[in-house]
Design a protein around this ligand. Structure first.
Ligand code: WQD
Length: 347
């Protein structure tokens, strides 16, 4: 049984591919390398000792994607490919709608044509918008406060319509909270383009000397120490959640959303303290104004995934910090990225 992993060279993708191969799955990877490198796939191959097929292809290239489906017996899809920067999506909404929405449309149309109706979709906790209560469960109201979050929300809605039109589909919508950390080998990890938007890669680059101080966005939130609280989840736990969702979509029909989080929230100050404790690195920081669009507190109720998928996050915050630092200190320049193929279209 071949599993097509779109975006398989990325941060979540490479960790998911490693878990799939180690579990004995045959995989086919599609990635346009816009935000990733084949180096991550080479390392997945080294770590697992297993080969797999890779296409450097853009989902928007319908002809190229047709070839993927014709050349491989795909039984299920794990769809991770997509742009994911909130800030960039506000500046370039059309690029985000075209890439994330049209790319998913092309994928789903090809799946339908080839009678492949099992899909695990990479959604996000951003579909809960500015939720005013925690812990967040899957039945909370959905909304979006930026173009990126709206693409995730609209794709979820599109998939619900798809299932309504054809109950033969089996769809899992995985709402990620805050993935951080890296594989324990230190060979895979998060390698953002340019200055990191997210907290943990910023911290590890300060620790590595690439950035001189962390700006803490606000210390006047209604939290233990005034700084923002999030539900950080180890990327390996997150990857393993995809395998549990895959098992479910290949064995039943329907469409369900699942929170992939730990159910615990940590503040920025607590993350800094934990990182300094387990790595011995000191993180200099400065408190600055709140980041527009940020919420104060966000963490999950992950009990539905535990109940229905038999999945629970096992790794604690110290292991997340240790593994994040192990990756960054072993790879101060991340992966050396190749030139991506970007399909012509709306920019
Ligand atoms: C975490 C906390 C910041 C950076 C983002 C995406 C979201 C999802 C998860 C994809 C907040 C604070 C951060 C910094 C800081 N990704 N912070 N200084 O904003 O919860 O969500 O990642 O689905 O779409 O928006 O994560 O890591 O950016 O911020 O103080 O330099 O760290 O204010 O409290 P966020 P984050």
């Amino acid at each position: 049984m071949a599993v097509l992993v779109t975006g398989g060279a990325g941060y979540i993708g490479s960790h998911t591919c490693l878990e799939l191969l180690n579990a004995g799955y045959e995989i086919v990877v599609v990635d346009n390398l816009a935000n990733s490198s084949t180096e991550s796939l080479k390392r997945v191959q080294e770590l697992t000792g297993k080969d797999f097929t890779f296409y450097q292809t853009d989902l928007l290239d319908q002809e190229a994607m047709e070839v993927v489906f014709k050349q491989n017996k795909i039984d299920a899809v794990i769809h991770l490919a997509g742009f994911k920067s909130v800030g960039e999506s506000v500046r370039l909404p059309l690029r985000y709608y075209h890439n994330n929405m049209t790319g998913t449309l092309v994928l789903c149309q090809l799946m339908q044509e080839h009678a492949v109706k099992n899909i695990v979709f990479s959604s996000s906790a951003t579909v809960y918008g500015m939720s005013d209560s925690v812990p967040i469960s899957e039945d909370f109201p959905l909304s979006a406060t930026n173009a990126y979050g709206r693409t995730k929300l609209m794709i979820e809605e599109m998939m619900k319509d798809l299932y309504e039109s054809d109950p033969e589909w089996s769809i899992a919508l995985l709402r990620y909270f805050n993935p951080i950390g890296a594989h324990s080998s230190g060979k895979l990890g998060e390698d953002p383009n340019g200055i990191p938007n997210n907290l943990m890669p910023y911290i590890t680059q300060v620790a590595a000397g690439g950035l001189n101080e962390l700006h803490i966005y606000g210390s006047d939130y209604p939290t233990r120490d005034g700084t923002g609280v999030r539900d950080y989840i180890h990327v390996v736990d997150l990857a393993r959640g995809h395998l549990k969702a895959l098992e479910k979509v290949v064995s039943s029909k329907g469409i369900e959303a699942y929170n992939l989080g730990t159910g615990r929230g940590y503040s920025v100050m607590e993350m800094i303290a934990s990182f300094e404790k387990v790595t011995g690195q000191r993180i200099s920081y400065r408190i600055t104004d709140r980041r527009p669009g940020d919420i104060g507190v966000c963490y999950s109720d992950p009990s539905k995934a535990e109940r229905e998928l038999g999945w629970v996050a096992l790794k604690g915050i110290e292991e997340m910090c240790r593994d994040a630092w192990h990756w960054q200190s072993n790879n101060p320049q991340g992966y050396q990225k190749e030139k991506p193929i970007l399909f012509t279209g709306i920019s």
